[in-house]
Write a new protein. Structure first.
Ligand SMILES: [Zn+2]
Length: 376
């Protein structure tokens, strides 16, 4: 992330750069901006700038080894902490490091996303976001190490408002006496939720919401979308770039339609239709691919549950009518197999599996399950 990737906000960028140049970087900065603001993206651009080996007057170079690691969020001297929740597989020491690959993919895809989007895309379901005490223990361990290749060790804490109270207190000590060349960038949407003792130890850096012109310059990257739609999205989103992007992106309604087309193609073993769905899937952004797979998994689970208990469903009428028909085509063990395979696919997507092969493989497995049902 470079400063030039962020539309406008020139005075914010100048203030950050000047404090670096005059050697006056505060060791803990609170990047404070509303939902869909540039709080996270500015902290990332600033970290890139500080670490860049070939920075210019106004920005990082974007191409040195440090910048390329920053772009992929894999710089060894930058540590990320963000809200997570326990899952069926990860329920001990629930810390950011265990979710880092998926988080990186989500943030690279959309640096303006909200915690709800992050939770939905990961599939945490209805869990409460949290930054646990284990996280601080983990951080303390990391801070004992010297920087590997940069001058500073930078810790970006995304949404410290989700620090558990006991975590906040443990965090205080670190903020009070950080070891050597350590920086903390706390990125918040709601500084009022932070405890006063934390706030008193950080330098508040307020980031205003994006102007309409800034949003427009950013949203022009959607080349196939008309100007009227871009204006509409800006109109409804109140300076929240994430909201505007979501408005312009495909909605869940399309997910249901595409799931129907896909399952129909698998049922009838129509490989030209399956191929169309593969192409459609392949064109989605990574976060949308994950969202579609998570949505499909959710409906398959609903279908399985509704086989057992008719009163458990929490879904729309359209979804219900799809499930009512679909559940007649498979037996319970087959549903369980589909659910396992979809769950596995989501993990493969996080590990950058080839999406076309993954989708084809999954389609073949599902088609085979329909065949075995017909035989019995
Ligand atoms: Zn660079």
């Amino acid at each position: 992330m470079r400063f030039s990737d962020i539309p406008g906000l020139e005075s914010e960028k100048v203030r950050l750069i000047d404090s670096f140049k005059s050697n006056e970087i505060h060791h803990a900065i609170l990047f404070n901006g509303q939902l869909g603001s540039a709080n996270l993206s500015l902290s990332l651009a600033y970290a890139s700038y500080i670490n860049c080996k070939n920075r210019n007057e106004n920005d990082s170079c974007g191409s040195c080894p440090s910048c390329s690691k920053m772009d992929r969020l894999i710089h060894p001297d930058v540590n990320y902490i963000f809200p997570v929740a326990s899952t069926t597989k990860i329920y001990k020491e629930v810390v950011s490091d265990k979710f880092i690959e998926a988080w990186r993919a989500s943030i690279i895809d959309s640096p303006y996303l909200s915690v709800d989007d992050w939770f939905e895309s990961y599939g945490f379901e209805n869990k409460q976001p949290n930054i646990s005490k284990d996280e601080v223990r983990n951080l303390v361990k990391k801070l004992t190490l010297k920087p590997f290749e940069a001058r500073f060790k930078i810790n970006i804490i995304w949404l410290p408002e989700y620090l558990h109270l006991s975590t906040s207190n443990a965090m205080l000590k670190i903020l009070e006496e950080p070891p050597g060349e350590t920086l903390f960038f706390l990125v918040t949407n709601n500084h009022q939720k932070l405890i006063q003792t934390i706030k008193s130890r950080v330098q508040m850096f307020k980031i205003r919401r994006f102007s309409e012109a800034e949003m427009k310059s950013y949203l022009t990257k959607y080349k196939d979308i008309s100007e009227v739609e871009v204006d509409q999205s800006i109109y409804i989103s109140d300076g929240d770039i994430n909201k505007a992007e979501k408005y312009l992106n495909i909605s869940d309604a399309d997910d249901l339609e595409n799931l129907k087309l896909w399952m129909r193609a698998c049922y009838s073993k129509n490989f030209s239709e399956i191929n169309k769905q593969i192409d459609w899937f392949n064109l989605l952004s990574k976060i949308r691919k994950r969202a579609f797979m998570t949505y499909s998994l959710k409906l398959m689970r609903e279908a399985l549950v509704s086989n057992i208990d008719h009163n458990l469903s929490k879904i729309s009428e359209d979804e219900k009518s799809f499930i009512d028909k679909f559940k007649l085509t498979l037996d319970i063990p087959s549903f369980e197999k589909i659910i396992l395979s979809m769950d596995e696919s989501i993990r493969f997507l996080d590990r950058n599996a080839n999406p076309k092969i993954l989708f084809l493989d999954l389609s073949i497995k599902i088609s085979d399950l329909f065949t075995s049902k017909v035989k019995t």
